[in-house]
Design a protein around this ligand. Sequence first.
Ligand SMILES: Nc1nc2c(ncn2[C@@H]2O[C@H](COP(=O)(O)OP(=O)(O)O)[C@@H](O)[C@H]2O)c(=O)[nH]1
Ligand SMILES: [Mg+2]
Length: 374
Amino acid sequence: MKIKKYIANTLQEGKIQILQELGDDAVILSSRNIKLPKEKGREAIEIIAAIDTAGKREKQKSPIPTKEEFLEKKVQSQPEVLITKNNDNEVIIDELANIKQILYKLTNGIKFKYSNLLTNSQRNLYELLKSNYYTDDFALRIVGNLASEDKLHNKHEALAYAKEYLLSRIKITEDRTEQRKIALFLGSTGSGKSTTLVKYAVIQKLVFGKDVLVISADSHKVGGIEQLQTYASLASIDFKAAYSNSELNEIINQYPKKEVILIDTTGRNLLEPDAIKEFKQLIKYSNANRIFAVESSNVSRNRLLKLFEFYSNFENISLILSKLDECDYLGEVFESLFDSKMSLSYVCTGQKIPEDFEPISEELINNYLIIDND
Ligand SMILES: Nc1nc2c(ncn2[C@@H]2O[C@H](COP(=O)(O)OP(=O)(O)O)[C@@H](O)[C@H]2O)c(=O)[nH]1
Ligand SMILES: [Mg+2]
């Protein structure tokens, strides 16, 4: 398979170029808008196209046999089995193995539907990305990009380049130390805001020796305030509850010497129309200079994209990804973060306070980007 990258003014123009160069058997693997740095950031479109170079093939055969093909194969294979085996049990075992094999091929055909279009090294990477829950489009885009730059010589090299490519477009923000940090913890219901806030508070107090105040502005959740109060008192951290924005403002003004003030908020559906207005009010009354968006890593890519769009309304915001321990693969999360404005600051890897909480680094993220169990 030959893979080539095209830069054109429009998709239409690009398609014409591809048709002229690769012919009408070419397929477009991916396309995206880009800015051309050498031409003062002029907008253009980047297209990755491919053509099967193994001669003019017949029409691409579907990996999934039709019902007729499936039945035909079964009928053809039956007499052979019956003639060579006279022991009934052996015949049944063979038949089961046969069916297992067919089912394996069928499920793989559905999961890796582009595999048979790719060369061995391209296929290895594509299937690994798919197993890590990256989407077809995204997996093909990465494979296409690396193939067009001739970076798919062996599995080890391909994996390293793919991670490098992902990492180059995922933002990481290290937590800053402020004279007086006032941080709001936002997030969907049950995402782990309160638990994460307590982990953060304990680390600030015990590791960095900061004078910490925890405020609960979560008067909606039954037991929300009590849960946080219990944790705070266990760690001997000052605690207050605020039932309105003006009360929150008063409490913060009462503690001018506190170095770190952490505010827990009510979990709610952030995609409701009023949410932006409400949180902007909360930021105004609290004078927050840091926002931590706590979201669980087992949320779907679609929802994450919508949440990141919501969070793009706020400044000084970064993501704390919780419940990493509940996910086998994180492709959906990293694909959502790829090219996103949202940057990642911390990950939570369990319920233990404060151990299961780590600042993100390139090294740490590298362990999760593409997990290869082979
Ligand atoms: N497995 C796992 N559970 C977590 C993690 N963070 C929080 N939880 C649990 O998720 C549930 C909801 O957490 P909570 O902090 O109350 O969420 P909130 O509603 O956003 O404040 C609790 O049972 C927590 O113990 C994590 O990183 N891993
Ligand atoms: Mg809570």
